[in-house]
Design a protein around this ligand. Sequence first.
Ligand code: ZN
Length: 258
Amino acid sequence: MDAHCHLEAEEFSGRLDRIIADARAAGVVKLITAAIVPEQWEQSAAIAAAHPEVAFAWGVHPWYAREEHFAALPGLATARARGACAIGEIGLDGKIASPEMELQRRIFEDQLRIARELDLPVVLHCRGAFNELLESLKRVGAPARGGMVHAFSGSAEVAEACMAQGLRFSMGGALSYRKSNKRDRTLRRIWPDHLLLETDSPDIPPVQAAGQTNVPANIVHNLAGASAYLGLLEATIAEQTTRNADRLFCLGLGEGGV
Ligand SMILES: [Zn+2]
C-alpha cells in the first residue's frame, strides 16, 4: 500500500497504466494520490476513476499556496461528494522563504476547517514547523478522523505530541537511508498502530533508485528498510501498515498486500 504519491505529476504523463501495473506486480494493493494545487483536482479524480487501485486526496500544498487559491476553496468543499478519501496534501513548511508562513497558515487552517466539516482525514506536509502545525490543529481543532504526517522525520517526542492530536505517520525513502538512532526511536514509538508506508513518487527515491524518478513499485525498498529497523518480517509490516491506512482512509480493503 502506497499511502502517499503524486500520480498527477508530469513525470508520469502517458505512462500511468505501466506505473500502476508495476506497482501491482510489486504487491501494492492501493495507492493514494494527493493533488497539490486546485488545477490538479479534476485530474486526481479522473486517475482514480480510471484505476480501481487508486484513491485520491485534494488539497493546496504549502509550497504552492497563493492568494487566489482561497477562491478555489469552495470547490474543495465538494471533495467528499466527488469521492476524495482525504484533504491533502496540506500543511506548513518552515524551511522555505516563500510563500510566507502567514499565507501558508491561513490556507492550511481554511483547509483544516473544510476537512472537519466534511469529516475527512488530512494528509499533512510539515517541515521545520511542528510547533506551528500543532498550534493550528489546536486553534481550528483536529479532524475527528485524524490524519497522517507524510514523509515524517521527526523525533519520538514530536510524534508523541502529534499522536495526541490524532495523527499517524507515513514514512518513505528515508527508511532506505543509512540507519539513524533518531528514526529508530521514532519508529519504535509509532509501531504498530501509527505507521504507514509511502513512496511520495515521483519524489524521494530510495537509495536503491537514487537519481531516478521515484515510482510506487519502489515501496518494496521502503518496506525492507522498515523491516531492518524494527526487526520484523516484511509481511508483518506490510499487513499492519496497510491495515492502518485502510482504517485511516476508510478504503474498504480488508487484509493482505503491501
Ligand atoms: Zn507529497
